[in-house]
Design a protein around this ligand. Structure first.
Ligand SMILES: [Zn+2]
Length: 367
């Protein structure tokens, strides 16, 4: 039996901040652990030190997919009061960058998979996919699905931080970079130039009243649009010939990103050129569906708490895996506290890690 808290600590001690990523050492640790337990493992490389891991056990038939990412966000600008790469265990918490998001989730999945390995060998199949590059837009997951070797997947469990709540989906993200061009001139003769900042400003104000034209999702609510950054011009005494702003759209099921982008273009106007930065669709699985209901029962029997339909605000690798694998029912459930993700002095409660192992084992036992 693998101790999931100690495995979390070992993973936290490997620096996988992204950028630059460098997940290879973490991937090797997981590959060795799973290989020793009889899983067939395969490492996919997608750049210098950048890796994904796929491990499989069981028969050739449709498999359950457990997935998580091993990269983390950077440390931020504020000093930590603990060693962010120490994995210190104190007062029922394990501290460090990536404990909550989401090395504890990965460790709990590995511990559960190894504990249930004999049972899975007798019946069913499990694939573990541990990705790199998630924090910068699910880069690793995109390489994995492009390779097309995951096989038939009947259900997906994403171990992102939910404090072990049962989440049936999350919003999508469509991030756009919008640019306006003009003609520069001396600041004292603006009539001789064409001011790009005025164009961007008009475009931004038109987008303030953007209407998605869709009813609220019963759980996720409304889609949103936010202008996150704006920049333009080089110096005070010139007419700016370039201005740029970025748009962060969080979508709900029923919205097609390509159409949304077209509507944003129409609203922003022809003088604005749009480029896509991130395009990750929303994910939603009907909680009343047979497999989702079974997984909900597993979560509530392992935690002793009732489950209710809920969704996450953040996006996950499910935006890539779920559509690419034919929309298998997708659960998001993991030990991290969603409020601790990306924070200074990040930690995960060790009792939650044990609880996640129980949840994942119950799900696997029901395959
Ligand atoms: Zn995450």
């Amino acid at each position: 039996m693998i101790d999931p808290v100690l495995l979390t600590r070992d993973l936290v001690r490997i620096d996988t901040r992204n950028p630059p990523g460098h997940e290879a050492a973490a991937t090797t640790l997981l590959a060795d652990t799973l290989s020793d337990a009889g899983f067939s493992v395969r490492v996919q490389s997608f750049g210098e030190g950048r890796t994904n891991l796929v491990a499989r056990i069981g028969d050739e038939g449709p498999a359950t997919l457990f997935t998580g990412h091993v990269d983390t966000v950077p440390l931020g600008t504020v000093d930590w009061s603990v060693d962010p790469f120490g994995g210190e265990i104190r007062d029922g918490r394990i501290y460090g960058r990536g404990t909550t998001d989401m090395k504890a989730g990965v460790a709990a999945m590995v511990a559960a998979a190894i504990a249930e390995a004999d049972r899975i060998r007798e019946r069913g199949a499990l694939v573990l996919a541990f990705t790199g590059g998630e924090e910068t837009g699910s880069e690793g997951a995109q390489y994995l699905v492009a390779e097309g070797k995951l096989g038939e997947i009947s259900a997906i469990v994403v171990g992102e931080p939910t404090a072990n709540r049962f989440l049936a989906g999350h919003k999508g993200a469509l991030w756009l970079r919008c640019g306006c061009r003009g003609v520069t001139a001396h600041g004292s003769t603006p009539h001789l130039g064409d001011n790009a900042i005025y164009k961007a400003a008009r475009s931004v104000l038109r987008l303030e009243t953007f209407d998605f034209g869709i009813d609220d999702h019963p759980i996720m609510g409304k889609p949103t649009l936010n202008i996150g950054t704006i920049s333009g011009g080089q110096n005070i005494n010139s007419v700016p010939d370039r201005a740029e702003f970025t748009v962060d759209i969080r979508s709900i099921p029923g919205l097609v990103h390509e159409s949304v982008r077209g509507e944003v273009q129409a609203k922003a106007g022809a003088e604005t050129a749009i480029e896509t930065i991130i395009d990750l669709p929303s994910v939603w699985s009907d909680p009343a569906g047979a497999i989702m209901a079974k997984m909900a029962a597993a979560v509530s029997s392992a935690t002793g708490r009732p489950t209710e339909a809920a969704s996450a605000n953040y996006f996950t690798d499910a935006s890539v895996f779920t559509p690419a694998l034919g929309f298998p029912p997708t659960l998001i459930c993991g030990p991290g506290d969603p409020d601790m993700a990306h924070k200074t002095d990040e930690y995960c409660e060790t009792v939650r890690i044990a609880e996640s192992v129980a949840i994942y084992r119950t799900i696997l036992a029901g395959l």
